[in-house]
Design a protein around this ligand. Structure first.
Ligand code: PHE
Length: 448
C-alpha cells in the first residue's frame, strides 16, 4: 500500500468499506426504479441470478487485482502485468467513475433536498400528486438542485480531504446498521398497507412475457452498478484490504448485504406505490416520492422521515467517496499530482458533467436527445455499457492473462486458507462470466 493512501485502513474493516461503496442510491433509488420499469418479478429474478452467480466471483477478481497490485486500478494492473497494455482496463474505470459520479451527484443532491423538505414538514398531509409536483418543481428550480449537488460533492471532497479514518470509518459503522433498522421498520409498516398484496405480487411474481433483451441488459447493468463492480472502485479498495483477510467471505458478505438492502427497498416501495396510486414505472421519483407517503401514515413519521433521508444521504456519501477515491488515487499515484489537488480536479470534473445531468431534468431542458435526457444517458452509458465492459475485461485479464496459480495464491492468502470452492470460482471467472456478458450484449445488438 502506498504511503499517501492511508484512507480506509485498519479501523474500518474491509467489509464495511466495500459495503459502504456498494450500498447506496443504487439499492434504494435505482433498483426499485428499474424493477418498476422492467415489469417487476422477472427483472428481480434475473437480477438476483446475476448477482449470486457472477457477483461474488467478479468482486473477488477485483479484490485480487487491487490487493496483489496494491494501487489504483491503472497502477495495480501495471504492477501485475508490467509493460503491457492491460492497464487500459483501469482507464475504462476512471472514465466510468466520472460518468457515474455525474448523475449520482444529481440524485445525491435530492437526498439533501428531501431532508430539508422532511424537516420543514413539507410532506405532512399532502396527497401524492402534490408531492410528485414538488419533485418536478424542485427539478425546475433555477438553483436549488445545483446548490444541493454542489454541497454534496463538497462533502464528498471534504471527507476524502480530511482523511477517511477520522470521519467515515467511525460513522459508517453506526449509520449502516441504523439504515438497516429503519428499513426494517419501514418494511413492516409498508406490509400493512392496503396495496401490500398487489405490491408484493408485482415484485415477486415473475411475468416472463415482459422479458426481452432490454430487461436482461438492465438487470445485468443494475447488478454490476449495485455491487460497485466493473470500474475499479473495488480494485482501489482491494488495495486497502489486509493480507490476512479472506477475500471470499468478504465478497460474500458484501454481496449478501447489498442484495438484502435492494430487496428490502423493493418490499417497502412497491406496496406503498400500489397503495398510493403511483405507477411502478414512475421512474426517477418513485422511491423519493413514495417514502414520505409511508412516513406520513406512521406514528413518529416526522422524525423517521428526517432520519431516513439523512441515512440515505450517508449511504450515498459512502458510495461517492469510493467513486472519487478511484480518481484521486489514480491521479496522485500515476501522475504525481498532490492528493489535495487531485481531489479538486476530480470533484470539479465530476460536477461539470453533473450540472448537465441536473439541467437535463428540467421540463424545458435542451439536454434531451430523442426522449433520453442527458441524465438517463449517463446512467445507462455507465451501468449498461461501461461497467459490463469493464467487468468483462477484468475477468478476462484475471483468468486468461494472470492465470489460476496467481489467483489461487492471493485468494488463499498464500495457501494459508483452505478454500474448496476456488476452482469453481475460477471457472466462473474464466468461462461463465465472459460468456454471459458477451451473450447479453450480442442478444441486445441482434434484437435492436
Ligand atoms: N454501488 C453504488 C450504489 O449502489 C454505486 C456505485 C457504483 C459506487 C459503482 C461505486 C462504483 O449506490
Amino acid at each position: 500500500m502506498s504511503d499517501n493512501r492511508d484512507g480506509f485502513g485498519s479501523k474500518l474493516g474491509a467489509i464495511a468499506a466495500a459495503a459502504g461503496s456498494a450500498i447506496g442510491l443504487g439499492n434504494i433509488y435505482r433498483f426499485p426504479c428499474l424493477a418498476g420499469e422492467n415489469g417487476g418479478g422477472a427483472f428481480l429474478l434475473i437480477y438476483v441470478l446475476i448477482v449470486l452467480g457472477l457477483g461474488i466471483p467478479i468482486m473477488m477478481a477485483e479484490f485480487y487485482i487491487g490487493r496483489r497490485g496494491g494501487k489504483n486500478p491503472v497502477g495495480s494492473i501495471k504492477v501485475l502485468s508490467p509493460k503491457t497494455k492491460w492497464n487500459w482496463i483501469g482507464y475504462i474505470g476512471i472514465l466510468a467513475a466520472f460518468v457515474v459520479l455525474a448523475f449520482y451527484s444529481t440524485v445525491s443532491g435530492w437526498t439533501l433536498e428531501y431532508i430539508y423538505k422532511a424537516a420543514t414538514n413539507f410532506f405532512a398531509d399532502k396527497d401524492i400528486a402534490t408531492i410528485e409536483q414538488g419533485f418536478v418543481d424542485f427539478n425546475n428550480n433555477p438553483f436549488r438542485p445545483f446548490l444541493w449537488q454542489f454541497i454534496f460533492m463538497g462533502l464528498t471532497a471534504f471527507i476524502i480531504f480530511k482523511g477517511i479514518k477520522e470521519g467515515v470509518e467511525k460513522y459508517t459503522k453506526i449509520m449502516m446498521p441504523a439504515l438497516f433498522v429503519i428499513l426494517i421498520i419501514l418494511c413492516v409498516k409498508s406490509l400493512t398497507l392496503d396495496g401490500a398484496g398487489e405490491g408484493l405480487k408485482f415484485l415477486f411474481k415473475p411475468d416472463f412475457s415482459k422479458v426481452d433483451g432490454n430487461v436482461i441488459l438492465a438487470a445485468l447493468g443494475q447488478a454490476f452498478f449495485s455491487l460497485s463492480v466493473g470500474m475499479g472502485a473495488l480494485i482501489t479498495y482491494g488495495s486497502y484490504i489486509s493480507k490476512k483477510d479472506n477475500l471470499a467471505t468478504t465478497s460474500l458478505s458484501v454481496v449478501a448485504a447489498d442484495t438484502f438492502v435492494a430487496i428490502l427497498a423493493g418490499i417497502i416501495i412497491f406496496p406503498a406505490a400500489f397503495t398510493f396510486g403511483i405507477q411502478p414505472e414512475a421512474g426517477a421519483g418513485l422511491a423519493f416520492n413514495t417514502l414520505p407517503m409511508i412516513f406520513d401514515k406512521m406514528t413518529g413519521g416526522y422524525f423517521f422521515c428526517i432520519i431516513f433521508f439523512i441515512l440515505l444521504a450517508i449511504a450515498a456519501l459512502t458510495s461517492t467517496i469510493s467513486l472519487l477515491e478511484v480518481v484521486v488515487a489514480f491521479l496522485s499515484e500515476e501522475h504525481g499530482i498532490k492528493r489535495n489537488t487531485a481531489i479538486w480536479i476530480g470533484t470539479l470534473v465530476a460536477l461539470f458533467f453533473g450540472v448537465f445531468c441536473t439541467l437535463s431534468l428540467r421540463t424545458d431542458s435542451v439536454f434531451v436527445f430523442g426522449n433520453m435526457t442527458f441524465f438517463d444517458f449517463m446512467d445507462k452509458f455507465s451501468a449498461n455499457i461501461l461497467l459490463p465492459i469493464g467487468a468483462l475485461f477484468i475477468v478476462i485479464f484475471v483468468a486468461w492473462k494472470m492465470g489460476k496459480e496467481s489467483f489461487y495464491d492471493e485468494i488463499t492468502n498464500q495457501n494459508t486458507l483452505k478454500m474448496s470452492v476456488k476452482k469453481f470460482i475460477f471457472f466462473i471467472i474464466k468461462y461463465v462470466a465472459p460468456i454471459v456478458i458477451v451473450a447479453i450484449f450480442i442478444n441486445q445488438i441482434i434484437n435492436n
